[in-house]
Design a protein around this ligand. Structure first.
Ligand code: PMP
Ligand code: GLU
Length: 396
């Protein structure tokens, strides 16, 4: 089969592939401790489900405007005004099939062959693949545990060339769980304004913060920064709605129009019923978000505590999202459980799955060799047993 150049080298999403591998093992009857996918294990809150049922009964089962219904755009506007004091007009918003789809739309509308897109590593697995699909080149800049996995303005300045089009940011971050201090974020945004770059700020984990971590929506710094910023977010993580597939982009009007045109040709509207559910999520009581965050906080504390006692793992305590991202490299070339020896993170994760039935995602997928990611969006008993097994695996 002759495939198009765009897909010839395209790999499947490593997170989804790791989850599929764990599932396959489960289906063969093995009890697997699966910490691969970053998706809340909670059911979507009842009042949101109810709104979807009512929407179906009311006949909202038809096509909607391609970029989403006005009522949802207005609800998104109300949420940004309420939460961040940011005024967002409906003509700045496109609602799409999840935040991942929004990122694809934004990149397709902005980038093409000859362009460069700056992505700090570690980065979420799909960023580089989605940039490459447009024909643009991802320019990866390494951040380290020492800098709390945050890009500096000097690093950004040094990476800019006449071809640079866009900076991709993700705070709170998947996979590192780091949250940029607002002052650092503003500094980066100012470099983008001064050098004429756009900023794609993926804020999907905005509600999932621990301790005194502070989230700052990038578009709130100044009108000049807002004019260069595209916010991407959605209901997947905060409201346990991954399967409903609702995300949004907030961008300058001209770009929003282009994204809407693209979506109208590509997928038409996002699911009508899910749009009504998203209105209930944004407009309804926010207690469900705090309740889920309280449980994530408990799990995060447990996981951090346990990891402190595991031998020779390096990690920065996550202050956002729901991932423990750790450096496993000191265990390479040492005997692990079952006498296994590994020399990289992918083999470490494979051996861990085969020997201990614990499923993680390799850091290689996130541009961070030597690392592995554990999602703590799993119930406590799972985490307890899974980390016990990880400990036994490391012990050899
Ligand atoms: N951005 C990041 C950083 C993510 O971790 C995810 C994971 N789902 C997404 C975007 C995509 O979210 P959605 O499920 O809404 O497409
Ligand atoms: N974002 C989640 C993750 O990183 C879900 C899987 C995906 O969309 O790639 O695990």
């Amino acid at each position: 089969m002759r495939l198009s150049p765009a897909v010839q080298t395209l790999k499947p999403s490593a997170t989804i592939a790791a989850a599929a591998k764990a599932k396959q093992l489960k289906q063969s009857g093995v009890k697997v401790y699966d910490f691969t996918l970053g998706e809340p294990d909670f059911n979507t809150p009842e009042h949101i489900q109810q709104a979807a049922i009512e929407a179906m009964r009311a006949g909202h089962t038809h096509y909607t405007p391609s970029g989403g219904i006005l009522e949802l755009k207005q609800a998104i506007g109300r949420a940004y005004e309420r939460d961040y004091g940011l005024k967002v007009a409906p003509n700045q918003i496109v609602v799409s099939n999840g935040a991942k789809h929004c990122i694809h739309n934004v990149l397709t509308a902005l980038c093409g062959p000859g362009d460069e897109v700056i992505i700090p590593t570690p980065y979420w697995v799909s960023y580089s693949a989605l940039v490459e699909l447009t024909g643009a080149v991802p320019v990866l800049i390494e951040t380290t545990a020492e800098s709390g996995f945050c890009l500096t303005a000097a690093q950004l300045e040094a990476a800019i060339t006449p071809r640079t089009r866009l900076l991709m940011l993700n705070s709170p971050s998947n996979p590192t769980g780091s949250v940029y201090p607002p002052a650092r974020l503003e500094e980066l945004a100012q470099v983008c304004v001064a050098r004429g770059l756009m900023i794609l700020s993926d804020e999907i984990y905005e509600k999932l913060l621990y301790g005194d971590a502070e989230f700052r929506c990038v578009a709130t710094f100044s009108p000049e920064i807002a004019a260069r910023t595209i916010i991407v977010s959605g209901v997947s993580k905060a409201y346990a709605m991954t399967g409903w597939r609702i995300g949004w982009s907030i961008a300058p009007v001209e770009l929003t129009q282009a994204i809407d045109n693209l979506q109208s040709q590509e997928t038409s509207n996002p699911c009508s019923v899910s749009q009504y559910a998203a209105i209930a999520a944004l407009d309804g009581p926010q207690q469900c978000v705090s309740d889920m965050l309280a449980e994530f906080t408990r799990r995060r504390e447990y996981v951090v505590q346990r990891f402190r006692d595991l031998p020779d793992l390096g990690f920065v305590e996550p202050t956002g999202a729901f991932y423990m991202f750790f450096d496993a490299s000191r265990h390479f070339d040492r005997p692990l459980q079952g006498g296994r020896r590994v020399s990289n993170a992918s083999d470490f994760c494979t051996a861990l799955l085969e020997e201990a039935h614990v499923a993680l995602v390799t850091g290689d997928a996130f541009g961070a060799p030597g690392y592995a990611r554990l999602s703590f969006a799993s119930a406590m008993p799972q985490l307890e047993a899974g980390i016990d097994r990880l400990a036994a695996f490391l012990k050899g």
